[in-house]
Design a protein around this ligand. Structure first.
Ligand code: AP5
Length: 222
């Protein structure tokens, strides 16, 4: 029988590099990237009902109410491509209530990646972050500058990336991190995210390649 596709959760503080790593993971492993931050930002810019509910929370760096985010994620997880290609959950679950919801639905990851980056580095990364609105690609003015002037000219800054808001996002992250982690202790893999993005990816690549191989082997042996 065909082996089950990869199921991956990636967690870490604001600007720990989740989105950056996800881009590389998707390219190599073909899993479906489900980022609650990206989904919410898309709802906000499309001016939907969800977007209107989420906007103030996001702009002030607070968590959007669980029921709003959970409805969005479970809808996305139920689509056909996820079953075929596997999933990469980025930014969810972010509270113990969200983790419990997934447990009740029997949705569990093969691995729970935790990107570890010191606080002072996180602030610097957020303040220098820029996004390309036409491709969704993430840049940094110092660490990951745009390829050319045309891209540079259209880059935007996220409204929640001011120093003050980053600090409050970080505090909220710290309040929740431990209780979310406690659900996934048996599959947690902590990775030092304070290294160049290619070096971080190398470690994630090794980890996921091994996991994928194990899944193939076990599906062969029955
Ligand atoms: P979300 O978009 O998930 O924000 P976040 O968790 O704060 O994470 P970021 O997107 O800021 O950072 P990242 O880890 O992806 O880092 P990145 O790769 O961009 O959520 C936004 C908001 O939505 C929340 O505040 C909340 O309101 C709401 N929300 C989302 N999920 C929710 C949920 N489940 N429940 C309730 N509310 C929810 O990298 C950052 C910068 O660093 C970039 O400039 C990048 O180029 C650079 N960089 C990356 N890696 C490296 C490296 N290795 N070395 C140097 N620079 C690097």
């Amino acid at each position: 029988s065909k082996s089950e596709p990869l199921k991956v959760m990636i967690s870490g503080a604001p600007a720990s590099g989740k989105g950056t790593q996800c881009e590389m993971i998707v390219q190599k492993f073909g899993v479906v990237h489900i980022s609650t931050g990206d989904l919410l930002r898309a709802e906000v810019s499309a001016g939907t009902e969800i977007g209107r509910k989420a906007k103030e929370y996001m702009n002030s760096g607070r968590l959007v109410p669980d029921e709003v985010v959970t409805a969005m994620v479970t809808a996305r997880l139920s689509l056909k491509d996820v079953k075929e290609k596997g999933w990469l959950l980025d930014g969810y679950p972010r509270s113990s209530a969200q983790a419990e919801t997934l447990e009740k639905l029997n949705i569990r990851p093969d691995v729970y990646i935790m990107l570890d980056v010191p606080d002072d580095i996180l602030v610097d990364r957020c303040v220098g972050r820029r996004m390309d609105p036409s491709t969704g690609k993430i840049y940094h003015i110092k660490y990951s500058p745009p390829e050319n002037g045309e891209i540079q000219a259209r880059l935007v800054t996220r409204p929640d990336d001011t120093e003050e808001k980053v600090k409050s996002r970080l505090q909220i992250y710290k309040q929740n991190a431990e209780s979310v982690l406690s659900t996934y202790l048996n599959v947690v893999k902590k990775i030092d995210g304070n290294r160049p993005k290619e070096v971080v990816f190398n470690e994630i690549d090794t980890l996921l390649s091994r996991l994928q191989k194990d899944k193939e082997e076990s599906s062969k042996s029955g």
